[in-house]
Design a protein around this ligand. Structure first.
Ligand SMILES: [Zn+2]
Length: 226
């Protein structure tokens, strides 16, 4: 029998956020600035009140994932958790330097240099993730694991249901969102592949990503390791 799904995807332009349902609920990533309205609306549609969010987890400190973190912290009252290695950038609302992967990454780097940078309100994180972190005390049966590669402090969240949320460790294509691929940027491709291997080793029932997805474990294995 398939385990009951715990994850509610919140699709916004460009980037996904997620709610993990539990006794209390965890918000994963916060989109671009101004996305707090849409995220709160999606929570309401699913019967979740802002005060029932026990934790906001940032999968990695890129501006399209932290854009509404200050607004959502204010509206939910929930503490914000991020890995130690990415935390410095959260304070200023910035991102670590981007290292493009392949020709697509170089194009995206050029595009992002041309685009106006979003103005992100940073904040002091409440919880610095250092190793694995159990989420039971936040009402969710699951844990945070380290999956660096896209950024130094990239994390994933693995759940009792078999679902896993990987941030930008794996990217859905712009043309075919359901096809897994390399992210446009990676701190270390070697680390990235090790982290993807680690995710697959957990035999996830489904893999949720920051852009596009979700993916089956099989499609990810085929894309990266065959
Ligand atoms: Zn990213």
């Amino acid at each position: 029998m398939e385990n009951k799904r715990m994850v509610i995807p919140i699709t916004t332009p460009m980037v996904n956020s997620y709610i993990i349902r539990g006794d209390k609920h965890i918000l994963v990533d916060t989109g671009l600035p101004g996305y707090d309205i849409r995220i709160l609306q999606a929570m309401e549609e699913n019967g979740i009140k802002p005060g029932e969010v026990s934790l906001i987890v940032i999968t990695h400190c890129h501006q399209d994932h932290i854009g509404s973190v200050a607004a959502l912290k204010q509206k939910t009252g929930a503490p914000v958790a991020i890995h130690k290695a990415d935390a410095e950038y959260l304070k200023t609302g910035g991102s670590p330097p981007l290292h493009p992967v392949g020709s697509k990454g170089k194009i995206m780097e050029a595009v992002s240099k041309m685009m106006k940078k979003p103005v992100v309100t940073g904040l002091e994180p409440d919880i610095l993730i250092e190793g694995e972190m159990d989420l039971a005390r936040y009402g969710v049966n699951g844990k945070i694991i380290m999956t660096p590669g896209h950024t130094p402090g990239g994390i994933s969240i693995t759940l009792e249901s078999g679902e896993i949320l990987v941030g930008d460790l794996i990217f859905g294509g712009l043309v075919r969102p359901a096809a897994p691929g390399f992210p446009y940027f990676a701190e270390s491709v070697e680390q990235l592949l090790q982290s993807i291997q680690k995710v697959l080793g957990l035999q996830p029932s489904i893999i949720y990503a920051g852009h596009g997805g979700p993916f089956t474990a099989e499609s990810v294995r085929r894309r990266f390791f065959k």
